[in-house]
Design a protein around this ligand. Sequence first.
Ligand code: ZN
Length: 355
Amino acid sequence: MEIVFDGHNDVLLQVRRRPGAGAWFLRRGRKGHVDLARARAGGLRGGLFAVFVPGPERSLEELVVPTGDGYEIPPLAPVDPDHAWSEAVAMLAAAHRLARASDGRVEVVRDARALASALAGDRLAVVLHLEGAERLDGADGFDDRLELAYAAGLRSLGLVWSRPNAFGHGVPFRFPSSPDTGPGLTTAGRRLVRACNDLGVLVDLAHLNARGFRDVARISRAPLVASHSAAHALAPSSRNLTDDQLAAIAASGGLVGITFHVGDVRADGRRDPRTPLEAIAAHAVYVADRIGVDHVALGSDFDGATVPRSLRDAEGLPRLLGALGAAGFDAAALRAVARENWLRVLRETWHAGAS
Ligand code: ZN
């Protein structure tokens, strides 16, 4: 079975929301997409675990407005940074508690060596990722909170989720739509990119608008990464990457984690769980043909997205890899997509900061 390192999940949000401080994660269950048993059964050995703090909206589905040929969600207001920070602290703490309760089966990894050894040693490697940096926006700027989050193991950060904050502007959810939906990074946002480069924290472009993407591409010294996105040419969602953006990612040595969210891989944008695995494979093929297989990876969005029913959960990953094989990826390409590209990019990003 292919070992998988995946670019995005919302497991920690489930740990925070569901009772029992994550004890359920260590037992086999059926709820959601990931628990330890199903991760192991599907070959999932590590990934970026998002620290994501939802806004005051009750549910995004309730906000969806159908349009002639798709949908839109009206722009979401910023969230209160102090509330978001205290929630983020709770989620970071929950991740460490979960690792401690796991008897060594789950490990929060902070460097490339620990990551490689976790994967080789059959432990689930948790890379802590902040999805939306507003939580770092304290009274004196972001420096203190970033330092503390780094000390707590944070190794990846998305400047925005799909709402504005002090650092930049996330794309509103809209289909069809260009990702060019507003202004670029703020001064603080540009400074945050440099601070992440200095620390060796990955800067994630998922959810960022086109001008913000361009600003990061200009400033950042690290490989460009969109952790859970797809190809705009196949599915014109505001969240997806245009051919120009794909070219910029390739030129930097970065990668695209292909999302499993059906609404972002379908040509009609519909959130239809009957979507076949081939729809995800088609995006992997497109990106590989366009910029090379070294820049294609997985970004499931497990526990944060609607995935194809035929995938069901983490245990279904071998079926997705089968679909990739059927779409033309050979054994070496499958290894690259399943884990090696992520490991290379994380190694380069983290090392650059440490040196
Ligand atoms: Zn996301």
